[in-house]
Design a protein around this ligand. Structure first.
Ligand SMILES: [Zn+2]
Length: 744
């Protein structure tokens, strides 16, 4: 039961002040806060949310006070064995009898205090209450009283919500964020047992907004030097300046709200709303530094999004939080396009989404909208998964990932990249998706069953990279001088690098360099501007190499759609050469005009233990867009070669498309395998699961560690295994949706 857990919240503010007044408070970057007192360090309990394993959210609507069954809902969440529940406090709509002026009370509130009733019901079940707020919109009465609180269009008109047109968008640079919202937080904090505050929809990781209110115009004039462009455009000096000013304001507001949250309880916290998977514009590294708790509002997928979108979110968040608290929301409703807020999505889809959250080391947050649901099918989906989690909880307390390969997460390229060609020269649908390079590498890594982590491009110092034998760089075109130097140092230390296309061609804002900054590392210099997008070009196999194994029966491999003409800087044997584009139509015209060149399509070099594989074309992106199996094989071969001859720490052999995570846990190790083998893998929703057959595992454990038990937690049975020296070998007979193998 929950109430047997020691709670940090039982340390009162008075006790905290007694401790902290005689001590120096230091916040470590690891899991624990450590207080140093007269030279002696002793750990105090972590804040409650650091130990949180599961949470839930019921999102009230304005009408909910009419009929909401508070105790029924509290019972439901307690039955999921959650640690915390998010309930709506206020912002747009107050669900309690607020006294804060212009804080709109629910029109249906009557004499009820829905927030208060629910908070008490949750507290009675020993669940933490998180006040879910919305800072983004307010009613017309606030607009009339405080016109300066609101965003404006160029013509000065306020910005209405596109569906709920009686609501107006508030401005982050205004007093609404620094005065009104804190006043609301203080009122809620003063009246209710609240353990944290969360804001819906803010700050997000999406593009920056541009507002024309008087406040913002002043900011543009005084701090930016002019009105910034409305679209993301890192080539514009005003955009660059605005990006810095915007991020500063986000951090200022975040810290303010966090300090207000902590006024009553020192272990309270403000949680912003982040997420967006691999497609982020706002700097997640910076946001991760200010966040005590990182919430990714990545609730589901739509359209042609691949199922692993959620696991990618986990990897992005882990790259900046490094083991600190990360939650990811799962929408139990159908958040596809179109969206249905009040009917459940398929159980298989919901289950696989939550499974990715736990596999990638995040905490699941289960979410439903509306207090009086007519569809209740989602309830048991969440309950059965959460109860399974709870009964195996120790194995989800991770100490660290044991991946030994790193993928550079190229955030500034994803946010800002414009290729070297003139704007507009991409043809319509062929316009670059800046995350396609990473997506292609990612899919190849899944097919090759590699175990890897993301590292953020701003986190390439030796202490972050030293545990990885190889760094994989999917067209990180935008890299700072310092980041390039860190990659150079990494290679010089005997480690290996895989990179593609325009990696290091530009600085972090997109200023073009004369040559690749990493030309010396790659052994390749630019010999012309990027060419493409063009199909029907090839790579000719000039001689054998481990990276070109498995292609018996062909002299040609499919070429990338875009390539950078390069020349080798050192005399090295030509392994793959470029066969340039020739017409694909009509068939009479389809023959190579230049069948053989000495232009390298890739350069593979080895210096000591360091292996470098540089592909001059966008083989990763082309693989993702075409699905071409040769390109997938080529990437996997290259990753295997740069990873070195030492056996990987974990290998999983068998049929099926799976994603694998491996963690060192509090009780031992946990191997997570997600079964994506499904006709709905790249277009939702999953309807059912298709079990995969035996998987043979070799798992390297720490020297001297004896494994006593290997248990399949999802199947609920022990597996036979053999240990020889450090290697534990076993077979998983079958995986339906997800399996977690605990080695203890
Ligand atoms: Zn404004």
């Amino acid at each position: 039961m929950q109430n047997e857990k020691p709670k940090w919240s039982e340390i009162t503010r008075r006790q905290f002040l007694t401790i902290s007044s005689a001590s120096v408070l230091t916040i470590s970057l690891g899991n624990a806060n450590v207080y140093e007192s007269r030279g002696a360090a002793f750990p105090l309990p972590q804040p409650w949310y650091a130990a949180m394993r599961r949470c839930g959210q019921i999102n009230f609507n304005e009408r909910d006070p009419v009929a909401m069954d508070v105790n029924g809902w509290a019972d439901y969440w307690a039955s999921l064995k959650v640690d915390a529940v998010l309930i709506n406090g206020g912002g747009i709509v107050a669900f309690y009898p607020t006294q804060v002026p212009y804080h709109h009370r629910s029109e249906f509130l009557g004499s009820r205090d829905l927030f208060g009733e629910m908070a008490v019901a949750l507290e009675n079940r020993n669940l933490h209450v998180v006040a879910r707020m919305d800072c983004n919109y307010a009613y017309e009465e606030a607009l009339k009283a405080h016109p300066e609180w609101f965003e404006r269009n160029r013509d000065g008109s306020p910005r209405r919500h596109n569906e709920s047109t009686w609501l107006f968008k508030t401005c982050m640079f205004s007093g609404y964020f620094t005065e009104q919202m804190p006043a609301i937080y203080r009122e809620i904090n003063g009246r209710y047992p609240v353990a944290a505050f969360f804001t819906n929809g803010w700050p997000s990781t999406g593009a920056l907004s541009v507002c024309y209110c008087d406040n913002c115009r002043r900011v543009y004039q005084e701090e930016v030097g002019g009105i910034p462009p409305e679209d993301t455009d890192a080539a514009d000096p005003l955009y660059r300046k605005y990006y810095a000013v915007f991020m500063d304001r986000v951090l200022q507001v975040w810290r303010l709200w966090d300090s207000v949250a902590k006024e009553k309880r020192t272990d309270s916290v403000y949680v912003g709303n982040l997420g967006g998977g691999i497609r982020t514009v706002k700097n997640v590294k910076t946001l991760g530094e200010v966040a005590g708790w990182f919430n990714a509002d990545h609730q589901g997928r739509a359209g042609d999004t691949a199922i692993w979108d959620c696991a990618q979110q986990g990897r992005v968040a882990q790259s900046v939080m490094k083991g600190r608290t990360i939650t990811n929301v799962t929408g139990a409703y159908s958040n596809s396009r179109p969206t249905w807020r009040h009917t459940a999505k398929a159980a298989a889809e919901t289950t696989m989404w939550i499974a990715q959250i736990t596999a990638s080391g995040m905490v699941p947050w289960f979410h439903w909208l509306g207090g009086s649901p007519e569809d209740t099918r989602w309830r048991e989906v969440g309950r059965s998964f959460f109860n399974w989690l709870a009964s195996n909880e120790a194995h989800f307390r991770n100490r660290q990932s044991i991946a030994d390969v790193a993928v550079l997460y190229p955030q500034s390229t994803i946010a800002f990249y414009k290729s070297g060609r003139e704007p507009g020269s991409w043809r319509g649908a062929e316009r670059a998706q800046t995350s396609d390079y990473l997506q292609g590498l990612y899919y190849a890594l899944l097919e090759g069953r590699f175990i890897f982590n993301f590292v953020h491009q701003e986190d390439l110092a030796p202490e972050s990279l030293k545990r990885y034998r190889a760094l994989l760089i999917p067209n990180a075109a935008y890299l700072s001088d310092n980041q390039c130097q860190q990659i150079r140092d990494y290679a010089a230390s005997g480690r290996s690098v895989f990179a593609t296309f325009e990696t290091s061609r530009y600085n972090e804002w997109g200023d073009k360099r004369n040559d690749l900054a990493l030309a010396d590392v790659f052994g390749a210099s630019i010999a012309g501007e990027a060419i493409g997008p063009l199909g029907n070009s090839y790579m000719r196999i000039e001689q054998q190499h481990p990276i070109i194994s498995g292609f018996d029966g062909t002299n040609l491999l499919p070429g990338p759609e875009n390539r950078l003409p390069v020349r080798a800087r050192e005399s090295s044997p030509l392994t793959l050469s470029v066969v340039p584009y020739y017409p694909a139509f009509p068939p009479e015209m389809v023959f190579p005009r230049t069948p053989r060149t000495d232009e390298p399509a890739a350069i593979f070099k080895q210096k000591g233990a360091s292996r470098i594989a540089y592909f001059a074309g966008d083989i990763d992106r082309t693989f993702w867009r075409s699905g071409n199996t040769d390109l997938g094989q080529l990437i996997q071969n290259a990753v295997r070669w740069v990873s070195g001859d030492v056996r990987p720490s974990v290998s999983v052999a068998g049929e099926g498309v799976v994603e694998v995570f491996a963690w060192q846990t509090e009780p031992g190790y946990a191997l997570h395998i997600l079964n994506y083998t499904n006709p709905n893998m790249t277009r939702g929703f999953l309807r059912r699961f298709y079990a995969i057959g035996p998987q043979k595992i070799e798992f390297e454990t720490a020297p001297g560690k004896k494994t006593n038990n290997v248990r399949a937690l999802r199947a609920g049975r022990n597996l036979t295994f053999k240990q020889s020296d450090r290697t534990v070998r076993f077979e998983i007979p079958s995986i339906v949706d997800y399996e977690v193998i605990a080695l203890t």
